[in-house]
Design a binder for this molecule. Structure first.
Ligand SMILES: Cc1cc2nc3c(=O)[nH]c(=O)nc-3n(C[C@H](O)[C@H](O)[C@H](O)COP(=O)(O)OP(=O)(O)OC[C@H]3O[C@@H](n4cnc5c(N)ncnc54)[C@H](O)[C@@H]3O)c2cc1C
Length: 354
């Protein structure tokens, strides 16, 4: 597995980077940490003649407070930088938890937040060397082939999105700031994803993901990220689930629940039906079971990764239970620490037990 020749560009500004992408069109690709891209080049999945390295662009590297109390994270920050940022640890520990679950520390030291959010969709039949792909039946839809080796007779590509941080950022209500030759635009994070395994990102020609914008940290909020992978030390999620619950002040009652999954579909996504179970309620076991069952039904894994689809679906339910119990326990600890007598009364108004 060797690289085909390419020209390396190291622009100092975002405008310069966009200009390179515009000039070379489909022959150019953005290079960030390279932890996924460089492997894909060796596997001959893409053949760009120009790589535009964005790591030297200052706008893409900062952690900046926003006027509304939110936070701007440059897309070229490494995951290790995101995890270590005091603003992230204090205001958005859910993001630090998800970023800390990506691969292994060496990948976190090189891999970037932007690269994680724009991680190409994956499939057993695609992420292989050229000769291995030939051995399993040749190129598939994702590589301009004429078949899908996973689901026979279909017309679409079902390659799976497996980035870890996207689920956490969906729960945190993040937006994406993208910039291209004709200017910048901000879209809700979900708007970055098309749901098409072949062309999974809604970026226009020569656009770069510049930053992630987080709203102000929510009050009375607890989050958790849970992930199923075969090798605990380093592996993509076969299923991943982020939970975020905003509680009514001084009570264990959930004002708003957010759940998002990754690794079980062509795009990361929220699970609104499972979220709705908790509105104005405590996170009680029957509701936890109900939400887990909904999450399992909503998942759309296909047979394109290790483990069976049935197992991945079941594991998503398990992650959902684990995550919900974790936020419930965190809220209970917080209320106990503040000596709040209303904890665990089961009373929807949160009144103290008699
Ligand atoms: C052994 C192994 C295990 C891994 N395990 C995990 C895991 O558990 N979870 C996980 O989420 N990932 C995993 N990864 C994948 C990868 O390491 C991470 O997702 C990493 O965060 C990718 O970031 P990067 O900067 O290296 O991206 P790159 O490889 O540089 O880029 C990835 C893609 O994003 C595009 N891109 C990057 N930044 C931008 C930008 N700002 N604007 C526009 N396009 C951009 C690139 O063109 C490329 O298509 C694993 C990788 C390996 C090799």
């Amino acid at each position: 597995m060797t690289f085909r020749p390419f020209q390396y560009h190291a622009p100092a500004t975002l405008d310069e980077a966009c200009a390179h992408l515009a000039e070379h069109g489909p022959e150019a690709r953005v290079l960030a940490g390279g932890t996924d891209l460089l492997i894909s080049l060796k596997q001959d999945l893409w053949r760009p003649r120009h790589l535009v390295d964005i790591r030297g662009i200052p706008e893409l590297r900062g952690v900046l407070p926003l006027p509304d109390g939110g936070l701007r994270l440059g897309a070229a920050l490494t995951l290790a930088e995101v995890i270590a940022a005091p603003e992230v640890r204090a205001g958005y520990p859910l993001l630090a938890e998800a970023a800390g679950s990506v691969a292994a520390p060496t990948h976190q030291a090189m891999g970037t937040l932007g690269g994680n959010l724009l991680l190409d969709t994956r499939c057993w039949y695609y992420n292989r060397s050229r000769w291995q792909r030939l051995a399993v039946g040749g190129d598939c839809f994702k590589l301009d082939g004429t078949a899908c080796h996973v689901a026979k007779g279909v017309r679409d590509c079902y390659a799976t999105f497996t980035g870890d941080t996207a689920a956490a950022l969906l729960v945190l209500g993040a937006s994406a700031r993208v910039t291209g030759p004709s200017g910048g635009r901000t879209v809700p994070l979900a708007g970055l994803y098309t749901g098409d395994g072949k062309a999974p990102f809604a970026l226009r020609a020569a656009e770069i993901l510049e930053a992630i914008l987080l709203p102000p940290p929510p009050g009375h909020f607890h989050g958790a990220y849970r992930k199923f992978r075969l090798r605990q030390a380093l592996d993509f999620p076969l299923a991943g689930l982020a939970v975020g619950a905003q509680f009514r002040a001084g009570t264990p009652i959930c004002e708003e629940m957010r759940l998002a999954c990754t690794g079980v579909d062509t795009a990361p996504r929220r699970l609104p039906e499972a979220e709705a179970v908790f509105a104005g309620r405590e996170i009680e076991e029957p509701l936890v079971e109900g939400a887990a069952a909904i999450a399992m039904r909503a998942a759309r894994p296909v047979r394109n990764m290790a483990s069976t689809t049935r197992h991945r679906r079941a594991m998503l339910g398990h992650l959902c239970r684990e995550g919900l119990r974790a936020v419930r326990a965190a809220r209970a600890r917080e209320l106990a620490a503040t000596g709040d007598g209303r904890l665990g009364t089961g009373d929807p108004q949160g009144e103290p037990a008699p």
